[in-house]
Ligand binder design. Structure first.
Ligand SMILES: CC(C)(COP(=O)(O)OP(=O)(O)OC[C@H]1O[C@@H](n2cnc3c(N)ncnc32)[C@H](O)[C@@H]1OP(=O)(O)O)[C@@H](O)C(=O)NCCC(=O)NCCS
Length: 170
């Protein structure tokens, strides 16, 4: 349970700016093979050191930037459900919507709610946001479609066939 200022809350979830102290929950999330199997970037569990590197990189982004990743908590219990945010896509200047949630949170609409963070991106000046999902990750593909993205291409990567989506500011 955390008692930190909430950036934004929705029906089931609240988004809280990440801090270094979130490493325990994030490390547990990244250690879960079932969660990581869905990741278009890794697809295998990551150790604690990799989780720490990810968190340090994420926290290094200025908080005024549109690139922001949140800790997502259950709105009533304030327990950790996962993370969701906008980040610079590896190897490009594009902004990517990315999220991962603990298994206990799946199927409750939490990712759909948290993905509304794309509005924050557009409100803070982004003109385009992309999303990527493994071809076999039907849930993730559905999330990207629900948020309003359109499918643009498929790439064969080291983790499998990745479907790319894009969305432009209207
Ligand atoms: C993918 C993930 C983020 C989805 O989170 P979630 O909170 O369970 O998603 P939601 O409940 O908000 O929405 C799921 C939607 O997908 C649909 N869905 C579920 N399984 C599906 C499938 N196999 N094929 C198509 N749609 C599916 C649901 O019906 C729902 O859509 P609906 O609201 O229109 O009915 C979550 O499962 C997760 O963290 N997975 C592991 C990490 C991961 O895959 N991250 C994405 C990396 S690109």
């Amino acid at each position: 349970m955390v008692a930190r200022p909430v950036w934004r809350s929705s029906h089931r979830a609240c988004l809280v700016p990440l801090i270094a102290g979130d490493i325990e929950e994030l490390a547990a999330l990244y250690a879960d093979a079932e969660v990581m199997r869905g990741s278009s970037g890794f697809a295998i569990p990551r150790d604690r050191a990799a989780g720490e590197q990810w968190l340090q990189r994420t926290l290094a982004v200025p908080s005024t930037d549109a690139w922001v990743t949140f800790r997502v908590d259950d709105r009533s219990s304030r327990t950790f459900l996962g993370r969701c945010g906008l980040r610079r896509e590896d190897g490009s200047q594009e902004t990517e919507l990315a999220s991962a949630f603990v298994r206990a949170a799946w199927g409750r609409g939490v990712a759909t709610e948290a993905s509304a963070v794309v509005r924050h991106g557009f409100d803070t000046g982004l003109t385009r946001i992309v999303g990527c999902a493994l071809a076999g990750n039907g849930t993730s593909l559905r999330i990207l479609e629900k948020v309003g993205m359109r499918r643009t291409r498929e790439d064969l990567t080291s983790t499998g066939v990745v479907i790319r989506y894009e969305m432009e500011r209207l």
